[in-house]
Design a protein around this ligand. Structure first.
Ligand SMILES: Nc1ncnc2c1ncn2[C@@H]1O[C@H](COP(=O)(O)OP(=O)(O)O)[C@@H](O)[C@H]1O
Ligand SMILES: [Mg+2]
Length: 277
């Protein structure tokens, strides 16, 4: 069986007034079905550009992207359309990624409308089910995004991404804009949904502590390249690349007087899935 996602020697650069920025420099990796791969790297290393290339939102210079055994890179918008349902994304900023003039029900229903899934009545029903599933009150479906908190807005973004039952969701720093306590709730939600929806996540973050327990494997990105890939625990215990060591050393040592971040927050919060964030 072919891997769910296969990225081969991908290059992408931008022409800017200050010259050419080579943002993605020969990236290759594979993801299996149902797997969570964390893509970790510092700001500006090319994570978002890589995500946009995979999603077909950014033109690539060379290389290939294959989804489920089919090439999806270099396609026109029209050719890409049938594949787009299988590949969705959740963005960093739930404030700017949701149209403020649209009601929640419309926002979640839009992908279904665009792809002509089911009857109008069926779509409405699906929206209410999705809201419930991501921990939002279905009777709030007629509200607007500004009536929700940051965490709730990210739940709306997740419901929208799930609507078409994708095989892969690319989460681009989905919790970076949220409070630490809310971060854990959202990661727990993604973790729970994964089993029910049989979805794979490419989870992009600059914060290694977020993903140790959540990700099956971790890919470390540095200056446009993936410098190391491995099981999360192994990377943690035995980092191979100098930059990975820097990332790990930057993690604050646990202090009993300071609220915990990352991994431990995640473990503790896992039992309280479905909070009201
Ligand atoms: N549209 C663009 N035009 C020009 N340069 C860009 C554009 N998008 C990203 N870049 C540059 O590409 C590099 C990688 O950016 P990005 O993919 O956003 O990194 P990350 O998501 O890891 O923070 C940066 O140097 C950034 O300035
Ligand atoms: Mg980014």
């Amino acid at each position: 069986m072919s891997p769910l996602l296969k990225v081969s020697d991908l290059h992408c650069s931008f022409d800017t007034t200050r010259g050419k920025v080579h943002a993605v420099r020969g990236v290759s990796f594979e993801m299996q079905r149902g797997e969570t791969l964390a893509l970790v790297g510092e700001s500006g290393c090319g994570k978002t550009t890589l995500a946009r290339c995979i999603l077909g939102l950014q033109k690539i210079e060379s290389g290939d992207v294959m989804l489920d055994g089919q090439t999806v890179s270099g396609l026109s918008r029209r050719q890409l359309r049938p594949h787009r349902a299988a590949m969705q994304c959740v963005f960093q900023d739930p404030f700017s990624s949701l149209n403020p003039r649209k009601r929640v029900e419309t926002l979640i229903r839009e992908p279904l409308d665009l792809h002509g899934v089911g009857t109008v009545a069926e779509r409405r029903k699906t929206v209410l089910e999705l809201m419930e599933r991501v921990g939002l009150r279905p009777d709030w479906s007629r509200r607007f995004p500004h009536e929700f908190s940051g965490g709730q807005r990210q739940r709306i973004g997740i419901a929208r991404a799930l609507a078409l039952r994708p095989k892969l969701i690319i989460c681009d720093e989905p919790v970076s804009a949220l409070d630490v306590s809310v971060q854990a709730q959202i990661i727990n939600l993604l973790y729970e949904l994964q089993r029910d929806f049989e979805v794979s996540y490419l989870f992009i973050t600059h914060d290694l502590t977020l993903v140790e327990n959540f990700a099956d494997r971790v890919a470390i990105m540095y200056l446009g390249q993936i410098v190391e890939v491995g099981k999360a625990g192994e990377i943690w215990r035995n980092p191979q690349h100098e930059f990975t060591r820097t990332l790990i050393e930057a993690i604050p040592v646990a202090d009993p007087n300071v609220p915990m971040r990352g991994t431990r927050t995640f473990c503790d919060a896992r039992v309280t899935v479905g909070g009201s964030s």
